[in-house]
Design a protein around this ligand. Structure first.
Ligand SMILES: Nc1ncnc2c1ncn2[C@@H]1O[C@H](COP(=O)(O)OP(=O)(O)OP(=O)(O)O)[C@@H](O)[C@H]1O
Ligand SMILES: [Mg+2]
Length: 252
């Protein structure tokens, strides 16, 4: 039965896409069948994997019931890893949807992902939009990347309140898989302080693994590759492989 994980933080540039792509590739490397749903109109996960979505074959068509998930999936160059790609047009869904469309994604993927994948990872956009709400009601677990920098925790409490609200009103089984510290620089005192602050506030919900700041992670997207193929021995690759193992362990 597929486990569905939303990678969420309304703050921009905290490592959602980097985590989505490299965690997914690491899980696929362990023989798991993985689907990425690119649910950010910026389409960064799609680009990161070098996938070119055809016109009329994207996540928007799934939401608008103009195609089944099976007809809209693309294989990636990584074996065991597929993607439901997106492009800027996905933003129309936030603007033009009538009320009550928070279950469009859930309806679109529910039956089809169950036995076909082991993990589905949803890369969310940096806002608590209707798209993000769709992701949150469709998933089992939330992974929260937090950048190890000043004001990192700003906004996180609002996000937790939103998650609690969704739990109460729409999806009682929704829970946090973990808070993931990203772009961690052990030479920087601030990184250490953010880690301590997180530990005070979240305790068991923080991943043991932290993702180091590693320039290879920032370079990999322009080569259309995951970190495992772009720089398999880099500190970033080591960290994301370890994260995949921790995710599997937490979900068992
Ligand atoms: N651990 C890291 N070390 C160095 N650079 C990183 C790391 N993680 C992410 N980056 C870089 O930081 C930038 C932001 O990362 P990313 O795109 O993953 O964030 P995001 O949360 O998905 O952003 P958005 O909110 O715009 O979707 C990118 O240029 C990315 O390559
Ligand atoms: Mg992103």
């Amino acid at each position: 039965m597929a486990k569905i994980i939303s990678v969420v933080n309304q703050k921009g540039g905290v490592g959602k896409t980097t985590t989505t792509v490299n965690l997914a590739a690491s899980l696929a490397g362990l023989g798991k069948r993985v689907l990425i749903i690119d649910f950010d109109p910026q389409g960064h996960s799609t680009e990161h994997l070098g996938v070119k979505a055809e016109k009329g074959k994207t996540a928007l068509e799934l939401l608008n019931k103009e195609g089944s998930l099976t007809s809209l999936l693309y294989p990636t160059y990584v074996s065991n890893l597929w993607i439901l790609p997106t492009n800027l047009r996905l933003g129309q869904f936030n603007q033009n949807s009538p009320v009550g469309r928070q279950f469009a994604l859930k309806e679109g993927i529910r039956e089809e992902v169950k036995n076909r994948f082991d993990y589905v990872i949803i890369d969310c956009q940096p806002s608590l939009s209707l798209l993000t709400l769709n992701a949150l009601v469709s998933c089992d677990k939330v992974l929260l990347p937090v950048q190890a920098e000043f004001l990192a925790l700003d906004g996180l409490s609002q996000l937790i309140v939103t998650l609690k609200e969704i739990q109460t009103k729409l999806h009682p089984k929704l829970s946090v898989l973990g808070v993931l510290l990203t772009m961690y620089d052990k030479r920087n005192k601030l990184s250490f302080e953010v880690k301590e602050e997180l530990q005070k506030n979240f305790r068991e919900d923080i991943f043991d693994i932290v993702i180091p700041r590693n320039v290879k992670l920032a370079e990999a997207p322009s080569f259309g590759q995951s970190i495992l193929d772009y720089a398999g021995n880099s500190s970033g690759a080591v960290a994301y492989r370890a994260l995949a193992k921790e995710v599997i362990k937490k979900l068992n």
